[in-house]
Design a protein around this ligand. Structure first.
Ligand SMILES: Cc1cc2nc3c(=O)[nH]c(=O)nc-3n(C[C@H](O)[C@H](O)[C@H](O)COP(=O)(O)OP(=O)(O)OC[C@H]3O[C@@H](n4cnc5c(N)ncnc54)[C@H](O)[C@@H]3O)c2cc1C
Length: 604
């Protein structure tokens, strides 16, 4: 029998980023006891890294904006395989969620007349991103934490959940370990909200931090829930490429929103070369019009640098492959040129993009007010995640909810920048509300001790193998390299199939990893425990990538480079079959109500 501490909550929220905090606040407001768990320290979630802003049709900068335009933009960006009901709720509710955040103390940048300032971002027709310089996530986390701390939420920091416990029909708890002492912890709960963020660490080049190993996706999958849209991984077009130690770190889209332009080694703005048909009518004809758009001219259309991320990433890859890239395998992103247009240009850039200025100065010894940056695509976000009910966020497992990046639906094949932070607020709130409601109606469930013992035993196996086993980091690096090469930005069947073979080998290696030392703050042990999640989400991405024989959004197939109408009618679902193997099935997309269809048609 393993040694463990036991905690009991009505609602347990796993993950303390924007989605988890918002869910915890709402559940607590629903009058139930709430526990909130995070893998690192409170406040260090991914959300804190968010730079550009929160998308919400407040219409403060352009009064033509409203929820309908936001809805149509989100659906177009997602290439119409989004859960349309989630896209509708998100567009309708995000303005209230942003105003609520403001009423809780968030200090946004301001318009001249004192309202929340909004900036341009890729794929959004009008300036829509409420922001705080390029440190919006920090303000959001600070505000949610300050507010949440007064709600009586119990926080368990540096605690990693390894398994969800079920009674055969619904979730009844979770089992994990605390990093500091390495002790096991059992959480009894009537409802659980997963808010664990993304999977970026399955790839070698990523903007994601060490925590994003797809744990929530895997916890849900292992508990019998469906994963949806896992083939859709977002490669953000602008990550740092030099020096090597910082490769992948994000360069916010806000740089392009403020007038930054992409150029190849010949000095040409290559984004004008390839404008997708469905965006042509909304894209500037020339550089002059694009510049006027970034400066708020309502009669101008957006520059092609602000097309959707999937498209911009592929254009960059094309330039690099054609030998027109920058010296270190990217292209040039230049914001310094705006000094010729803006009074006190250098100061203006530093004010608008303070983090970018410091990031490049400190990490690359480059002054972005003087020189162009070198940038290239970086694994950034996963559109795929736990399949949830659009209104309640409950998964297919009763009592198990998911919100934020680890849930699927709202983004379809591609997420628009800024739509994640608003997603966290809108669906975090909903998940918390409905989890509390579920918990109020549900009795406490019985914990299956066999599940607990089995999880503890498997978790400790790497210590038994000790130095006789392979190091966990070797397996992790091999996996990241393989996913980058074989299931990356451009995919083809033969490569993805060989990725599946390699995943089997890596799984066998993961079962043989060994670690030394003791259980207190042992990063090698933690890396060993993360492998199961990394392998599971990688397999889901690869299996769904094979099944989708077309190119759409974040999923680009070299062997099927076009979009195929037949693939617009369903989502792909990965679930554990009766024999324990992963199955991929097609789930038809429900018919969209006429009212929403009309909105999309009107906005085309
Ligand atoms: C550099 C960067 C900039 C970005 N900028 C923007 C932007 O401007 N606008 C925008 O909309 N989006 C942006 N994004 C995306 C956005 O920040 C994320 O999608 C979003 O913050 C995810 O929030 P979340 O609440 O779902 O999860 P996260 O904020 O990722 O939090 C996940 C939480 O889960 C915990 N956790 C994970 N696994 C476990 C486990 N096994 N046990 C216990 N706890 C666990 C973690 O510790 C953490 O607390 C950006 C992303 C990055 C990386």
């Amino acid at each position: 029998m393993p040694d463990y501490q036991t905690h009991e909550h009505d609602v347990l929220v796993v993950g303390a980023g924007g989605a988890g905090l918002r869910a915890a606040i709402e559940a607590s407001a629903g009058g139930v006891s709430v526990g909130l768990i995070c893998k690192s320290l409170l406040g260090k979630a991914h959300t804190v890294m968010a730079e550009g802003g929160i998308a919400a049709a407040l219409a403060n900068v352009d009064d033509r904006d409203n929820w309908k335009v936001h809805f149509a933009d989100t659906m177009r960006g997602g290439q119409y395989v989004n859960n349309w009901r989630m896209a509708e709720l998100h567009a309708k509710e995000s303005p209230d969620r942003v105003r609520e955040l403001e009423s809780w103390g968030a200090v946004f940048d301001r318009t001249g007349d004192g309202r929340i300032l909004q900036r341009n971002f890729g794929g959004h027709r009008y300036p829509r991103l409420a922001h705080v310089g390029d440190r919006t996530g920090l303000e959001m986390i600070r505000t949610l934490q300050d507010h949440g701390i007064h709600q009586g939420i119990d926080v368990h920091m540096e605690c990693t959940i390894l398994r969800l416990l079920t009674d055969g029909t619904r979730v009844v708890g979770a089992f994990g370990y605390e990093r500091e002492r390495g002790r096991f912890k059992l959480f009894r709960a009537k409802a659980i909200v997963l808010a664990t963020g993304g999977i970026g660490r399955a790839y070698k080049i990523t903007s994601n931090s060490w925590e994003y190993t797809g744990d929530g996706h895997t916890l849900a999958y292992d508990a019998g829930a469906d994963l949806m849209d896992m083939e859709f991984v977002q490669f953000h077009p602008t990550g740092m490429v030099w020096p090597p130690s910082v490769r992948g770190i994000l360069v916010t889209e806000g740089v392009r929103g403020e007038g930054g332009v992409l150029k190849n080694s010949e000095g040409r703005r290559f984004m004008f070369d390839d404008i997708p048909e469905n965006y042509r009518a909304q894209t500037a004809d020339d550089a002059e019009e694009g510049w006027r758009y970034t400066q708020g001219d309502k009669s101008a259309r957006r520059p092609p640098e602000l097309l959707t991320r999937d498209h911009v990433s592929r254009c960059i890859m094309r330039e690099v492959k054609a030998g027109r890239g920058s010296p270190h395998g990217g292209v040039f992103l230049d914001i310094s040129w705006i000094k010729s247009r803006v009074p006190n240009g250098a100061e203006h850039i530093r004010k608008k993009l303070p983090s970018m200025y410091h990031q490049f100065k400190q990490l690359a010894d480059l002054d972005i007010t003087e020189e162009p940056m070198e940038v290239g695509p970086t694994t950034h976000y996963v559109m795929g995640g736990v399949r949830v009910d659009s209104d309640t966020q409950m998964s297919t497992v009763p009592g198990l909810f998911a919100a934020g990046e680890c849930a699927a639906g709202i983004n379809g094949a591609n997420r628009l920048g800024g739509n994640s932070l608003s997603d966290l607020l809108v669906f975090g709130k909903r998940a918390g509300e409905f989890a509390a409601k579920y918990a109020r109606d549900a009795p406490a469930g019985a914990i299956n001790q066999d599940e607990v013992e089995d999880t503890a035993r498997v978790a400790l196996e790497p210590f038994e193998r000790g130095s006789a086993g392979e190091g966990p980091y070797q397996v992790q690096y091999a996996l990241q390299e393989m996913m980058q090469d074989l299931v990356g930005i451009v995919r083809k069947e033969s490569e993805v199939r060989s990725a599946l073979d390699r995943l089997q080998e890596l799984r066998a290696r993961a079962a043989r990893v060994g670690v030394g030392g003791h259980r207190e703050y042992n990063p090698g042990w933690h890396a060993a425990l993360d492998l199961h999640s990394l392998l599971t989400v990688s397999e889901a991405v690869a299996r769904c990538a094979i099944e989708r024989k077309e190119s759409r959004g974040g999923h680009f197939r070299d062997d099927y480079p076009d979009k195929d109408k037949d693939y617009s009618t369903f989502n792909l679902i990965a679930r554990k079959g009766a024999n324990g193997a992963m199955q991929v099935i097609r789930a038809p997309i429900p018919t969209m109500p006429d009212e929403l269809r009309r909105i999309i048609d009107e906005m085309k």
